[in-house]
Ligand binder design. Structure first.
Ligand SMILES: [Zn+2]
Length: 278
């Protein structure tokens, strides 16, 4: 079975010491491609180097809403240059995040960041969507607590003909049709498929099968202990680290939720992945 991880961050420090083992484990579980998302200008060369080293890395370059306030004056021209230099690359991770705006300035998660307002995030997001449309690259979109604003921005934008990815979709079920009409694909990590999200599990049944993808969001979003088939030691700050080969577990959970045999789901996801990211 061929597996595809539509969204993760192999270049993050938590995974670096384990990279050779991760590469072996991914091959062993049948992973054929993973989309590695750079989230700011400093990360783009790191992601590009990974794509040179590993043929199964699909690079994606973008400015994440958390990094939008710290972008350089020349960021958009730099983004265009790195995308033109990497014809197989996507645009991501980009998007809108209203939750970020609620964090207190002394929260360690925003240390060193200049937090961009929703207006400024929207401006940065829309500029990257326009670039993705112009180059026909797949945008990988992050959205937290800003679903209405996201829909409004997407509706106004010119979008790439191949569509776009809403990664880790946790929005309302009733908006799925609106996003789907605009070209949305959806990818889910293992945490979103846990029974505690019962209220949202309907989402995974409503999404058209042709728009379904699977992700780890590694090194974040590790599976619960009983499901974690590839445990890694915790990060320096004590947080749990998700091994990208756990993508296999996510496929199994999604197949169970959709009541479809795993090999049928995997074959469909392969088609969907290749259509969006090829
Ligand atoms: Zn991500």
């Amino acid at each position: 079975m061929n597996l595809y991880d539509a969204h993760q961050h192999l270049h993050f420090d938590q995974l670096t010491p384990h990279r050779p083992a991760i590469a072996r484990d991914l091959a062993a579980v049948g992973v054929k491609a993973v989309v590695v998302n750079g989230t700011n200008e400093q990360e783009w060369p790191v992601v590009a180097a990974l794509a040179r080293e590993y043929p199964w890395v699909v690079p994606s370059f973008g400015v994440h809403p958390w990094d939008a306030g710290n972008r350089s004056p020349d960021w958009l021209r730099q983004l265009q240059a790195v995308l033109v230099a990497h014809p197989g690359a996507g645009v991501g991770e980009i998007g809108l995040d209203r939750w970020l705006l609620e964090l207190k300035p002394d929260d360690p998660r925003v240390a060193g960041l200049r937090v961009a307002s929703l207006e400024e995030q929207t401006e940065v997001f829309a500029a990257q969507l326009a670039l993705a449309a112009e180059l026909n690259r797949a945008p990988s979109i992050h959205c937290v607590q800003a679903w209405g604003a996201l829909h409004a921005t997407l509706k106004k934008a010119r979008l790439p003909a191949r569509g776009f990815l809403l990664h880790g979709y946790a929005g309302p079920a009733e908006m799925i049709r609106n996003f789907t009409d605009l070209g949305a694909h959806y990818s889910f990590n293992i945490q979103l498929l846990e029974p505690r999200h019962a209220g949202r599990l309907d989402n995974f049944r409503h999404i058209p099968v042709k728009r379904l993808l699977v992700e780890t969001d590694a090194p974040t979003k590790p599976p619960a202990d009983g499901l974690n088939r590839f445990p890694l030691p915790p990060a320096a700050d004590g947080s749990a680290v998700n091994h990208p080969a756990n993508i296999a577990v996510t496929y199994e959970q999604l197949a169970r939720l959709r009541h479809v045999p795993l090999d049928i789901l995997a074959a469909q996801v392969e088609q969907n992945f290749r259509r969006l990211f090829a």
